[in-house]
Write a protein that binds this ligand. Structure first.
Ligand code: 6MZ
Length: 338
């Protein structure tokens, strides 16, 4: 089964760029930026050792801050993008929707941030031709609404010049910070202008906000950990898939154990769902590993893993033709195992 899942041409719909850099990639990045003989490199390696410990949600956000230090230059950001794509390609992910929050610092503006990432995706396409990558700029709910407005405006502008690359907007960031209702107007504008919306929703217990988000609507729901049976029924009635990230939820402490993961409830309710990594680097996982955990915990069969992959194809924001190519790859692969 491990071999089957590893080689399965998988589909990743919920992956944050800076969270997708594992210790190996961070080391590669530090080496590229500073050289392996430098004092900076050995100091960073010392910090990597502490990086690996399990933690709660707030501690995860500290880890992101550490990764952000390494991607705070144009060179770091571009190479990080290539490394994240490399690692998904190595795990036989054939389609990746990568999200990232445009940032501004002394080295780049938010506009330049997006330009660097888009160019790096273009360059990675030549090195890793077997993985199709799309980009979803993220709004960080912990930042002011004005920043979200700039992000949406840039996303709309770049979606014009890269219509096959930028397909939607993600709302993420520490779920304990900011208020959804403050971001609803700008999200609404993005949707009216043709961008799909993926919202982190019900990652923590906040029933009032969850209701607001569900009534507002979304193309896919990130996490959905604290959804009630009624919420799940509402999403099901609209064919809105819930992005399940098992290791992320366990390591960030929002789900107490794998056995209690809501993937089980979603399967029982026959609700639309996809299996994703969230932050494969920070949580030290792969999409193959997530499928394996689902199999070991809930007894998923090979056919169910294939069905979940085809479900992810359908819930992706790829074009009809791209979806056909992806599904054909999965079918061809499955046939080769018969
Ligand atoms: C909410 C998350 C997240 O954007 O710098 N992010 N937001 N919940 C989560 N669950 C654990 N995991 C990641 O990637 C890292 C950023 O993505 C968001 C956070 O804003 C984090 O800083 P980028 O590429």
């Amino acid at each position: 089964m491990l071999q089957f899942l590893k080689e399965l041409p998988k589909v990743e719909l919920h992956a944050h760029l800076n969270g997708s850099l594992g210790i190996g990639s961070l080391r590669d990045l530090a080496e590229r930026l500073h050289g392996s003989a430098s004092e900076e490199f050995s100091q960073l390696c010392q910090r990597f050792i502490r990086f690996d410990r399990d933690s709660d949600l707030d501690a995860c956000f500290e880890k992101f801050a550490f990764v952000h230090e390494l991607t705070s230059t144009a060179e770091g950001l571009r190479y990080a993008t290539e490394l994240a794509i490399r690692d998904f390609a190595r795990d036989n992910v054939q389609y990746l929707e990568l999200r990232t929050t445009p940032k501004a610092n002394g080295n780049y503006s938010r506009r330049e941030y997006l330009q660097h990432v888009l160019e790096a995706i273009g360059e990675a396409r030549k090195i890793y031709p077997n993985i199709l990558v799309k980009l979803l700029p993220s709004i960080n709910r912990a930042e002011p609404v004005a920043v979200a407005e700039e992000t949406v405006s840039l996303a709309l502008e770049f979606a014009q010049s890269h219509p096959d690359l930028i397909l939607g907007i993600d709302l993420s960031g520490n779920p304990g910070k900011g208020r959804f209702s403050d971001f609803a107007p700008i999200l609404s504008l993005a949707r009216d202008q043709g961008l799909k919306l993926v919202l982190h929703c019900a990652e923590i217990e906040n029933p009032v906000e969850v209701k607001e988000m569900l009534n507002f609507g979304m193309s896919r729901c990130g996490h959905g950990t604290f959804l009630t049976p009624e919420d799940i029924a509402q999403l099901k009635s609209r064919n809105t898939a819930i992005e399940c990230c098992l290791t992320s939820n366990i390591k960030s402490g929002t789900v107490p154990s794998l056995e209690e993961h809501h993937l089980k409830r979603l399967m029982e309710a026959d609700a639309p769902k996809v299996i994703c990594t969230d932050d494969s680097g920070v949580f030290d996982t792969t999409l193959t590993q997530e499928f394996l955990l689902a199999k070991e915990t809930f007894g998923l069969t090979r056919d169910q893993c294939v069905a979940l992959t085809l479900e992810a194809v359908q819930h992706s924001f790829a074009s009809v033709e791209e979806k056909q190519v992806m599904a054909a790859k999965v079918k061809k692969y499955v046939d080769s195992w018969q």
